[in-house]
Design a protein. Structure first.
Length: 79
């Protein structure tokens, strides 16, 4: 699995205004900005992203994924 593949899978399952995926082929980090996160707590946002990856998480295709998730307003406030 590549960063581009993970990014594409997340984009297919979640409307994203911005997404960055980096990693070493086994351990990944993602920054995901989505209006779908509005009104959600951090854990619910992460679960939403994990849901887009589905069985890839359970089958160990994506071994570890750390995330920073933001609404568009939160992302804009960060500058």
């Amino acid at each position: 699995m590549t960063a581009d593949q993970i990014e594409s899978i997340i984009r297919e399952g979640l409307p994203c205004e911005h997404i960055e995926v980096t990693g070493d082929g086994r351990h990944w980090a993602a920054v995901v900005v989505s209006p779908a996160f509005e009104g959600m707590r951090s854990i619910a946002r992460h679960q939403k992203v994990y849901a887009t990856l589905g069985q890839r998480i359970h089958n160990d295709e994506v071994h570890a994924l750390s995330m920073k998730t933001f609404t568009p307003a939160e992302w804009a406030a960060r500058g």
